[in-house]
Design a protein around this ligand. Structure first.
Ligand SMILES: Cc1ncc(COP(=O)(O)O)c(C=O)c1O
Length: 379
């Protein structure tokens, strides 16, 4: 036990020395633009509740009502006793939103990325992955037995060079975040679709930060680029703009059937509870309605305004084009000092450090959100 304790203490000490020590902050209010952090009311600039839906009365009511009707838990994994009519209804609604034949729910986006790449990619296959892809894609690539080629961020020439050198692999999959989680820029999907087609590859997008936000109806990057039918695997999450929890994979019916049979993170885990499913269906209702369009417009207006203000003051925002607006800082210590100072002054924004971003590229990651009550938008 003493050795174990010493190991833990040494590890924590070394994280502290490199200014990468992390700790938890307590939030004690409903999600909205203003929240209570460590007992203090602050402006929330670091939530993924982009459309303000997490505290929406319709979602909360749906969550309560579905829990009353279907219970607090799903009682089993999807293949045993955990598939309720709510799971199937939500999957139909996701497929409609994404304009795909079918969809399947995963418990988290992390598990969805693991669940696809691990099931699909074997030792004769290759993954072509943008260097700024989310950690869950990196971990999924490691877990798969395929060869991993990492291309420079959004660099299509580099992607093509790698595709050429890997052309003899059996399956080739190009996988990219569509909206990059720490930079807020958008993947060059038309070029990626073209290049993947040229080298007989499969395209997979991670729409975690695009679902509900991009596209006329909030369908994400496929709708935004009018490429829904050219992206073979579309992953996305419910825990961000949709305001709830969970994730999905959307695609053709054979893909979904394959995952139901082969994807371990889908098969060997308890299915999502009914309340979350009810709330997520209510969120999709809003996202595809006039109210959803208004929310998206307002979010983009506010994001553009802030980005312009920062850029006019010569502050680097890393090519952000969306609601995620990084503010370049560079050094770990400065990023964390700014985070604490801003919190003291009533603004909650997180400094982002390695390993989440590359050394020297620390930043404040501002994510814009709109209030739950958009008609009371004075703040
Ligand atoms: C791009 C991206 N993919 C996947 C995930 C994982 O999703 P989840 O939080 O549902 O596990 C996240 C964030 O958490 C993300 O930012």
């Amino acid at each position: 036990m003493e050795h174990f304790l010493q190991f833990l203490k040494d590890e924590i000490e070394s994280v502290k020395k490199s200014n990468r020590y992390r700790f938890l902050r307590e939030i004690s209010s409903k999600p909205d633009r203003f929240i209570t952090v460590n007992g203090k009311r602050v402006l929330n600039l670091c939530s993924n509740n982009y459309l303000g839906l997490a505290g929406h009365p319709k979602l909360i009511e749906a969550e309560i009502n579905t829990a009353k009707e279907f219970g607090a838990g799903s009682t089993g994994s999807r293949l045993i006793s955990g598939t309720t009519s709510l799971h199937l209804e939500l999957e139909r609604r996701v497929a409609l939103l994404k304009k795909t034949e079918k969809a399947i729910i995963f418990n988290t986006g992390y598990m969805a990325n693991l669940g696809v790449l691990y099931a699909l990619i074997g030792s004769n296959d290759a993954i072509f992955s943008d260097e700024l892809n989310h950690a869950s894609i990196i971990d999924a690539s490691r877990l798969s037995r395929g060869k991993v080629f990492v291309y420079r961020h959004n660099d299509m020439e580099h992607l093509e060079t790698l595709l050429k050198s890997g052309k003899n692999f059996n399956k080739k999959i190009v996988v990219t975040d569509s909206v990059f989680s720490m930079d807020g820029d958008i993947a060059k999907l038309p070029d990626i679709v073209f290049l993947a087609g040229k080298y007989s590859g499969i395209v997979m997008t991670d729409d975690a930060h695009a679902t509900g936000v991009l596209g006329e109806n909030g369908g994400g990057s496929g709708e935004y680029f009018r490429l829904s039918d050219k992206i073979h695997i579309q992953m996305g999450t419910f825990g961000k703009a949709l305001g709830t929890f969970g994730a999905y994979i959307a695609g053709c019916k054979e893909l979904i059937d394959f995952l139901i049979n082969k994807s371990r993170p889908l098969i060997y885990t308890t299915a999502l509870p009914p309340g979350i499913l009810g709330a997520t269906i209510a969120a999709i209702d809003i996202v595809s309605s006039e109210e959803g369009k208004r929310r998206r417009r307002l979010l983009m207006l506010k994001s553009d305004k802030l980005r312009k203000l920062l850029n006019d003051s010569a502050i680097d925002t890393f090519g952000s084009k969306t609601q995620i607006i990084p503010i370049f800082v560079g050094d770990e210590k400065v990023a964390m000092m700014l985070t604490s100072k801003l919190l003291e002054n009533g603004i909650f924004v997180q400094g982002i450090r390695p390993p989440t971003v590359a050394p020297g590229k620390c930043r404040l990651r501002v994510s814009m959100t709109i209030p739950t009550d958009i008609d009371n938008n004075s703040e």
